[in-house]
Each structure stands twice: as C-alpha cells, then as structure tokens.
Ligand binder design. Structure first.
Ligand code: NAD
Ligand code: GLY
Length: 375
C-alpha cells in the first residue's frame, strides 16, 4: 500500500443552510469525481473550465473520473495567469460557455488555482442570471482559501478583485494528489495562507505547523491532509458565521493590507506571488502589533522564523526590490479596505489571537514600514 492510499478522504461542511456545501479533501478525488458530482446534475453533462497548464496535467484524469459515472464533459481552457481574470477573459469565457449551450440548470466546473476559481465562479454567477458551479482547486492556495467561501471576481485597471460577486459553489473537490505537480514556489506561497489560519485563530495549529510544516512542504500526504482540512474547517466556520464579510471574515485579511501594498509596488507580477506578499504582510502585522504594545515580541519572532524556514519572504531584502515607505503607504491608502478614509488592519494580541483595528497611529505604521524596508 502506498503512503497516499493510507490517507483517507475527509469532508468539511460549509454550513450556509440551503446554500451549504461539502469540501471533499483527499487523495484520488479527481478520478472519483463522477461519484461526487453526479447527484448535483440534472443532465449527465458538464463543462470544465481550466487553464492550459492545469489542463495538460490533470484534465484527463478528471474527465475519466466523470465518464465513469456516465457524465460527458466539454472543456474550455484559458491561458494561465492573472491576465485571464479580466473583463476580456470573462467575455471570452462567457462566449465559449454560451456556444456550448450551457443552460440555467447546468453545473460548470472550475479546475485550477485561484485564477480559474475566481473567474469561473464569477462567470457562473452572471451566466443566464446564475448557474451552479463546482470548485476543483489544484493549488494549495486554492484548496485552503480561494475555492471556499464564494468570493468570485476579476481584476480591473483600478485594482485586483474589484468586480465580482458572492456566489457559493455547490461542492469543492480538493484532490491533494494534484499538488504533486505544483511548482515549489507556488506550494510555498499557498503554505503562507495555511500559516495564516494558525496565526489568526488557532495557536495549537500554529504549534503543529512549527513541528510539521516541513512535512507539508514535502507533500507528505498525512501532513498535507491535516493542513488542508484544518484550514478548510476554519474558513468554513468563519464563512458560515459571516458570509459577506460584515465582521469576523475580515480576519482572513491578516497580512493582506501590507501584502497588497507590496504586490502593488511590484506591479502584481511574478516577482512577488500573492502568498509571498501575505507572508511578508503577516510579519509586518505582528511587528506593528508589537510596536503598539499589543503583542509579545517573542510571538512576532516565532512568526518570522517559521515563515523564513518555509523560504517565504519576511524582509524587503528577501523580496529583492527597492521599496520605499511613501510608495507603500500610498498603495495602502488606495486599498479597498479603506473605509470612511480609515484603514482597517488585522493586528494580533499574540499567535492565534487576531483582531481588527481602525485606530493605528500613523507614526507606528511608518516606523514599522521603515524597519521593514531597511532590513
Ligand atoms: P493561479 O490560479 O494563477 O495558479 C498559479 C499557477 O500554478 C498558474 O500558473 C497555474 O497554471 C499553475 N497551477 C495550478 N495548479 C497547478 C498544479 N496542480 N500543477 C502545476 N501547476 C499548477 O494562482 P493561485 O495562487 O492558485 O490563486 C491566486 C488567485 O486567487 C489570485 O487571483 C487571487 O486574487 C485569488 N484569491 C481569491 C480568493 C477568494 O477568496 N476568492 C482568496 C485568495 C486568493
Ligand atoms: N480570502 C479571504 C476571504 O475569502 O474572505
């Protein structure tokens, strides 16, 4: 028996009443997909949306898994990368879906990372005034974050994710086998989002990551299962309580206000992946919390050391681009989380104890940024 076969599938429920759904996590799920998908279909057909890279690696297994249950699948592939998450990309996708005669009662499937999930979910939310969709996330980031919770959307020239809709999937199929083909850098970037769950609300999980995080990064099946399931449980719990981000869901933005400014300064390019920016942003959020006397310095040190051990950027020199406090500050002001002219920060009283704050003094913020860009 292989190590993978020794790990069994687990189900996490997102408790949203009539719009609730299961997240199935485990190995071998793509080849079993038909079994999970069939009960949701009124006709034995679906359309799979993917990107060219993921399609080359994983589409055949998914199609075979659907065919085993008599489900026919058409496919639409788009170029990989953020560029597809655009008005132009959306128009092309919608056009293809209409050409394939997708009907109101059909269910479409998103096979890929967060780009495919966000784009396909948004297309599903507006196609024929809303069709159902299934998330089949293939990056670690998508398995632990973007495929769960129903945030869908595209980027505009004014910024990322500025046009979209809340549209919950009917099902999430997270096959951990798909992660074996993921480039190491993408895996590490997704790992930052796993760490985020420990930092924002589960110190015991963070302790576990400190001991076993390298096993997750080495894709040891039992460790990956625990990391993905724990992350999905926490996200499901938060989304069930606060679907539309009126309160607690905003804690999921830990590291994002700083991270977004870093991403913006680097032009949202491959020079800094989203998860990498979140890693540096979480270090900054803890450093700021320490500076404000809210958090023990030893906790910020643990955060920094853990992310560093995962080869994630924690200083400006790790990012390897000249960064200026003024420029970062300007990006923060443009951040969508500015409400009534005030930035909302996710700060922490310690590991696992994040909270929202709209009262961050400018001098402490600038000092934190200065220490970061000079390190
Ligand atoms: P991505 O979808 O661009 O995938 C990263 C790269 O990995 C792509 O080149 C893709 O082709 C490739 N890839 C995907 N799966 C693979 C596999 N199994 N093997 C080999 N290559 C594979 O990026 P991502 O990091 O998954 O997602 C980032 C996007 O998610 C951003 O657009 C971000 O805004 C969005 N996001 C959304 C939410 C949400 O709640 N909706 C949350 C976080 C992030
Ligand atoms: N990724 C943040 C959220 O889903 O709310």
């Amino acid at each position: 028996m292989t190590a993978i076969a020794a790990v069994s599938q687990e189900i996490v429920r997102v408790g949203l009443g009539a719009r609730g759904y299961d997240i199935i996590v485990g190995p071998g799920i793509l080849k079993d997909a038909g079994r999970y998908v069939a009960p949701l279909l009124t006709q034995r057909r679906t359309v799979i949306v993917s990107d060219e890279t993921v399609a080359r690696l994983h589409l055949d297994v998914l199609i075979a898994g659907l065919r085993r249950e008599g489900i026919a699948a058409e496919t639409v592939t788009v170029p990989p990368g953020e560029g597809s998450k655009s008005f132009a990309g959306l128009e092309t996708l919608i056009d293809r879906l209409l050409s394939l005669a997708v009907e109101r009662g059909d269910v479409i499937m998103a096979l890929g990372g967060g780009v495919i999930g966000d784009l396909t979910g948004f297309a599903a939310s507006i196609l024929r005034r809303g069709v159902d969709f299934i998330q089949v996330p293939t990056t670690l980031l998508a398995q632990v974050d973007s495929s769960v919770g129903g945030k869908t959307g595209i980027n505009t020239r004014h910024g990322k994710n500025l046009v979209g809709a809340f549209h919950q999937p009917r099902l999430v199929l997270a096959d951990i086998d798909a992660l074996t083909t993921l480039p190491a850098r993408e895996l590490r970037a997704g790992y930052a989002e796993v760490v985020k769950y420990g930092l924002l609300g589960d110190a015991v999980f963070f302790n576990w990551l400190e001991a076993h995080g390298q096993k997750v990064l080495a894709l040891e099946p039992a460790a990956v299962m625990r990391a993905v399931v724990a992350s999905c449980r926490m996200k499901a719990d938060i989304v069930a309580e606060d679907e539309r981000e009126a309160g607690r869901r905003a804690l999921l933005n830990l590291g994002h206000t700083f991270g977004h400014a870093l991403e913006a300064e680097l032009g949202f390019s491959d020079r800094l992946l989203h998860g990498e920016a979140v890693a540096a942003g979480m270090v900054l959020a803890f450093e700021l919390s320490v500076r404000l006397g809210l958090c023990p310095a030893s906790d910020a040190t643990r955060v920094r050391q853990h992310l560093q051990a995962a080869a994630l950027p924690v200083t400006a020199s790790d990012i390897g681009a000249p960064l200026g406090v003024d420029a970062l500050r300007r990006h923060m002001d443009q951040d969508k989380k500015v409400a009534g002219g005030r930035l909302t920060f996710v700060l922490a009283h310690g590991i696992g104890r994040a909270f929202l704050s709209r009262d961050v003094p400018e001098d402490a913020l600038r000092q934190t940024l200065t220490a970061f860009v000079e390190a």
